[in-house]
Structure formats: structure tokens, C-alpha cells
Design a protein around this ligand. Structure first.
Ligand code: VGL
Ligand code: ZN
Length: 197
């Protein structure tokens, strides 16, 4: 990975894992894979960002108020916590998103750090030009974050082995990967990254 690369872990939270209120099939399988990416990026001294869905209890994002989804990732709840086995380093930068009660805001680029700084400003401030991202869910937040990264002029690489989709309709995740690739997003896996240098 080049010096201007960063890792973005998308929404690896209890509610998106088996047992959670919006469980992604096999969602927890991304955790050990992401932990290996975390080690690689740490060893290279590269920044690590972790986004979290961070909804108010009442939002148009939820079914009960006209949205698509069951109640999930409510601010401060157990379901909103990162998966307990995700080995986030202490200096990882947490990006919260989905706080606006009138918007879905799937993309992490709509999110902010604890001090309110938006993700795009954080990336620009660190000179990040290449964003590697993986997590949950391929067909929503991973996809929208990747597409918005491209729109911001970044090189974007999706970590296929560290992402899983909701697949509300069968095939959504595969179509999401195709949409991303059509937009110029690269796709890689641990095997390929291990061979880089
Ligand atoms: C997500 C559905 C609803 C995601 C968030 O993180 O991909 N999906 N809210
Ligand atoms: Zn959500």
C-alpha cells in the first residue's frame, strides 16, 4: 500500500451481525478478515477509520416511520456497538453517520468524527488518495461509501473478502460490486494485497 492509503471499516456493528436486529447473512465472518487488514495497515503506519451507523430512536430510515429497515444501531445501544472481536486500534478514527432523522445517509462520507469533522475533510487533511474499504453491508453502506469516494476523486478499492451484503433481493450484493466496478472502484482481497509491494 502506498503512503497515501487508508483503511475504512464500514459498520461492523452488532445489529448487522447474526443475532442483531438487521443481521447481514454471515456478517460476523468479516471480522477475522478485517482484523488481518487492520494488522497490515497498522504495520504500514497507515490511518484506520471505522464508520458506525448511529441513528436516533426516531428516524424516517426505520420501517415504523416509512423507511426500509427495522430499528437498528440506535445511538448508545448494544446493537450499535462494534462487534466485540473487531480489533480496532486505540487510534482508529470513529466516524458516526445516520444521525439526521430525515435522511438514510448510507455513505460514510456523510459521517463525522467525534469533534464534528466530516470524513472528507479528515481524509484530505491526511493527504489520503487511496481508500481501501470493507465491512457491512456490500449493497448499502459499502457501496454508497465507495461510490462517494470515487466522486471525491479518490482511488477506491473494495475488500471483497471483508464485505458481506444484506441481499434484500437475491443478487443485490453481486450487482452492487458490478455497479462499483463500473464506477471505477477496484476490487481486491487479502491474497492480492499480500502479493503487492
Ligand atoms: C446499512 C441498511 C441500513 C449499512 C445501514 O450499514 O449498510 N444498511 N442502515
Ligand atoms: Zn441504518
Amino acid at each position: 500500500m502506498e503512503k497515501s492509503a487508508a483503511l475504512l471499516i464500514v459498520d461492523v456493528q452488532n445489529d448487522f451481525c447474526p443475532g442483531g436486529s438487521l443481521a447481514v447473512p454471515g456478517g460476523d465472518a468479516v471480522v477475522p478478515v478485517l482484523n488481518r487488514y487492520i494488522s497490515l495497515f497498522r504495520a504500514a503506519g497507515l490511518p484506520i477509520f471505522a464508520s458506525r451507523d448511529w441513528h436516533p430512536r426516531t428516524t424516517s430510515h426505520f420501517k415504523e416511520h416509512g423507511g426500509l429497515w427495522p430499528v437498528h444501531c440506535v445511538q448508545g445501544s448494544h446493537g450499535a456497538q462494534f462487534h466485540p472481536d473487531l480489533a480496532l486500534p486505540g487510534d482508529a478514527i470513529v466516524i458516526s453517520k445516520g444521525m439526521d432523522p430525515e435522511r438514510d445517509d448510507y455513505s460514510a462520507f456523510q459521517g463525522t468524527a467525534a469533534d464534528g469533522t466530516p470524513l472528507p475533510a479528515l481524509l484530505a487533511g491526511r493527504g489520503i488518495r487511496h481508500l481501501y474499504l470493507g465491512g457491512l453491508a456490500t449493497d448499502y453502506c459499502v457501496k454508497e461509501s465507495a461510490l462517494e469516494g470515487v466522486r471525491h476523486g479518490l482511488i477506491v478499492t473494495v475488500l471483497a473478502d471483508a464485505s458481506r451484503g444484506v441481499d434484500l433481493a437475491p443478487g443485490d450484493s453481486g450487482r452492487a460490486v458490478q455497479d462499483m466496478m463500473r464506477a471505477g472502484v477496484r476490487v481486491t482481497s487479502l491474497e492480492d494485497i499480500g502479493q503487492e509491494q
